[in-house]
Design a protein around this ligand. Structure first.
Ligand code: COI
Length: 367
């Protein structure tokens, strides 16, 4: 890869953006801005990045991603609620986790300058379409796929990095009802649970659809070794307030290390809460909800932000209703986090970053 990179703005990208309008109803991950960033990596060498019109990509039917799930991704957001320009939240954390995911799948890591080029270019060009109400943002989905056409099981020699962007609302409206999954597990010990790869999410869907058919929103996963301790919710980490302290499962190699999780822990401590990161046995938690020691529970994630949990149900049908939904801790942490992300509040942690001017259309080269 050369030291100095310049994005190629392909014919049609500008025109696609000119004709684009945001619909009234956004939802989550449904509307895509009409451009995407693409860069290819061949035998470990990254080529020039391109901003091109959004559309279907060509893949050989034998491409390794289609057979052996050689794919990893990130979820992050650009905000434009208070100021005229877009900001990113802790992008360096997403760069680092993306690289960890790539290494775990033996796929090429995306170097920081390529990752930031992709994320900043699409955000800068799509800036007029970043929705401006609280809880709305431009959801960014960077991902890498193994494209080598070959059914042999092995490392793909060609890979493509793509960034797509979706003007979105929060993932979940209102509270969630979750069902404890006592049988299946989301991730194996020594497996891929702690990285963000598509296969983890594919393997969660059978349990999720069983939960949905019983009237719940999500499966609550337990540890793969003993199925006795809480892990996460596929796409969200879990918190509970017990005896006034904020508890969350400690990272153990199979829980995804959420960037929102980490931010909430830091924020909570700065607001004076005691935070306990320990193994959380499910039976003790259900008992504590039943006897009132657990006053509230909530999920956290980039897409979900902070989403209260109203009910935890066991497989035998017993429902444990959280006394406070939403609870004061969830509400205050959500407000504090969104305040920083959306630019209403000071950012003492240095989490929020402006998109450098060089990525904006006026300075980019139009091919
Ligand atoms: C995110 O929070 O960014 C995720 O990747 C979760 C996904 C299930 C929407």
């Amino acid at each position: 890869m050369s030291g100095l990179r310049q994005v190629k703005i392909e014919a049609g990208a500008e025109q696609a953006l000119r004709g684009f309008r945001l619909p009234e109803k956004l939802g989550f991950g449904v509307i895509m801005v009409p451009v995407m960033y693409v860069a290819e990596c061949v035998d470990g060498v990254w080529g020039q990045g391109r901003l091109q019109p959004y559309g279907p990509i060509q893949l050989d039917p034998s491409a390794k991603v289609l057979h052996y799930a050689q794919e990893y991704f990130e979820g992050m957001k650009a905000y434009k609620v208070e100021g005229p320009h877009a900001t990113l939240f802790r992008p360096e954390r997403h760069v680092a986790r993306f690289a960890t995911s790539g290494r775990r799948l033996c796929m090429p890591e995306v170097p920081e300058e390529v990752f930031m080029e992709g994320v900043c270019t699409i955000t800068a060009w799509a800036e007029p379409f970043i929705p401006g109400n609280t809880c709305q943002s431009l959801y960014l989905r960077p991902f890498v796929i193994g494209t080598q056409p070959n059914l042999g099981l092995g490392v793909s020699s060609t890979n493509t990095f793509i960034v797509i962007a979706s003007p979105s609302e929060a993932y979940h409206a209102g509270s969630m009802r979750v069902l404890v999954e006592r049988n299946d597990t989301r991730a194996a010990i020594g497996g891929t649970g702690a990285v963000k790869v598509g296969g983890n999410y594919a393997a969660s869907l059978l349990s999720a659809s069983r939960a949905k058919s019983k009237g719940y929103d999500q499966s609550l996963w337990l540890d793969p070794g003993t199925r006795s301790s809480i892990e996460e919710l596929s796409g969200m980490n879990v918190f509970a307030v017990i005896d006034g302290r904020l508890h969350t499962p400690k990272l153990n190699g199979s829980i995804l290390p959420g960037i929102t999780r980490d931010s909430l822990i830091e924020l909570a401590r700065s607001l004076g809460h005691e935070v306990v990161e320990e193994t959380m046995p499910i039976d003790a938690l259900l008992t504590d909800i039943g006897n009132g020691r657990c006053s509230e529970a909530f999920a956290s994630g980039t897409a979900a932000v902070v989403t209260p949990i109203s009910v935890m149900a066991d497989v035998d049908g017993t429902e444990y209703t959280l006394p406070q939904d939403p609870g004061p801790v969830a509400l205050s942490l959500k407000e504090a986090l969104l305040g920083i992300q959306e630019g209403r509040q000071e950012d003492p942690f240095g989490w929020v970053q402006r998109i450098p001017r060089t990525y904006y259309p006026s300075t980019a080269q139009v091919a």
